[in-house]
Design a protein around this ligand. Structure first.
Ligand SMILES: C[S@@+](CC[C@H](N)C(=O)[O-])C[C@H]1O[C@@H](n2cnc3c(N)ncnc32)[C@H](O)[C@@H]1O
Length: 343
């Protein structure tokens, strides 16, 4: 089980510009933009949760070096696979988000249920409730085709909108990343290559620079932030809808909101699909310490952060996000490990 916690931030801009207004947050600027520390207030630190993390075998079947999203920058050394906020400004993303929400006119969850002023601006139209079924705008009109692990999957209706809201192109993320080559993610260099656990366990994430944690005995949730999780976060009921349309879409999922005190209904509990290829993030390549021989020490952990993710991870749409923090000093060449179970 991974050790995770919820950390409150006030808004996405706090994550973006490193100026969290949380009274107990200690955030320092890096020259590359990402904040280096997160909130340490007792409320947040107390909400540690245990998550299960399930991963299908996938990389070997999927192949390497898929094409990059059109218009996205190169992800070789020196470029940013998940660039800091200035790649797509919040304004641009907000505009895209508004355009999409108007185009689809469908909400998904609280953060997606933006009011649609066009509905109110058309008084001659009957309300949605008044319209006959045949007259209602059909969610079936929405349609999106995406390349999943198991080939092309077509999603329709609400599923199409949900999937589209995490479209890496919309978020400004690459939809793939190179393996065995250094990439810059959130201001640091990393490489995704065969894990030290061995080839049959797939890939792992390695640091390409030293990341110093001053006091690793007391550094939990105070260590440097490494990178946000850049993949989809679905409500349970939406995840179930997606899997009903394409069961093969599932890769591995991490259940959030299992921490003590969470009041979410089961259908509202959020599920992370950590497919790293689909969403252009490297967080899903972090391997677990469980069962390792020789025993690996965790050097990072997942932290769930209330508040939208920083750009370009979808700050327009999403109400909270995951961040990976260092919990002990990581040297260049070290593989990242955290504690979670999978099946
Ligand atoms: C989140 S993924 C980690 C990245 C994975 N190695 C890959 O290439 O996609 C989790 C999967 O990695 C493998 N894995 C992670 N930690 C492991 C460990 N300690 N021992 C064996 N396999 C592990 C399991 O197959 C698990 O389903």
């Amino acid at each position: 089980m991974s050790s995770s916690s919820v950390v409150s931030t006030n808004d996405s801009s706090s994550s973006n510009d490193g100026t969290s207004a949380h009274t107990q947050a200690h955030v320092s600027h890096s020259p590359h933009g990402p904040p280096r520390q997160l909130c340490q207030c007792t409320k947040c630190v107390g909400q540690i949760s245990q998550k299960s993390y399930v991963c299908a075998q996938h990389i070997q079947r999927f192949g390497r070096h898929r094409g990059l999203t059109p218009g996205a920058s190169s992800s070789r050394v020196g470029s940013r696979i998940t660039p800091p906020p200035y790649v797509l400004s919040q304004g641009v993303l907000a505009a895209i988000g508004n355009a999409l929400s108007h185009a689809f006119a469908v909400g998904i969850g609280a953060s997606h249920e933006a009011s649609n002023p066009h509905h109110q601006a058309r008084p001659c139209l009957p309300s949605v409730r008044q319209r006959s079924k045949a007259q209602r705008p059909s969610e079936g009109h929405a349609r999106t085709i995406v390349e999943g692990r198991w080939g092309m999957c077509e999603f329709t209706g609400k599923c199409a909108n949900i999937i589209q809201s995490w479209n890496p192109a919309v978020l400004g993320l690459l939809d793939s990343l190179p393996y065995d080559e250094e990439v810059v993610v959130w201001g640091r260099q990393w490489i995704v290559k065969t894990s030290t656990l061995g080839e049959r366990h797939g890939y792992g994430v390695y640091a390409c620079e030293d990341i110093i944690v001053e006091d690793s005995t007391s550094c939990r949730r105070e260590g440097p932030t490494l990178f946000p999780y850049g993949g989809p976060i679905y409500k349970r009921r939406h995840w179930n809808m997606i899997l009903r349309q394409h069961p093969e879409w599932k890769t591995f999922a991490l259940e959030m909101d299992t921490f003590a005190g969470s009041t979410r209904r089961h259908s509202d509990v959020r599920v992370i699909d950590g497919d790293p290829i689909r969403s252009g993030n490297i967080a899903g390549f972090i391997n677990s310490t469980v069962g390792t021989r020789p025993k690996r020490k965790a050097n990072c952990e997942w932290v769930f952060v209330e508040g939208p993710p920083p750009a370009p991870y979808g700050e327009t749409y999403h109400e909270d996000h995951c961040m990976v923090l260092a919990t002990r000093t990581i040297r260049s060449g070290d593989e990242l490990f955290t504690h979670y179970e999978w099946n």
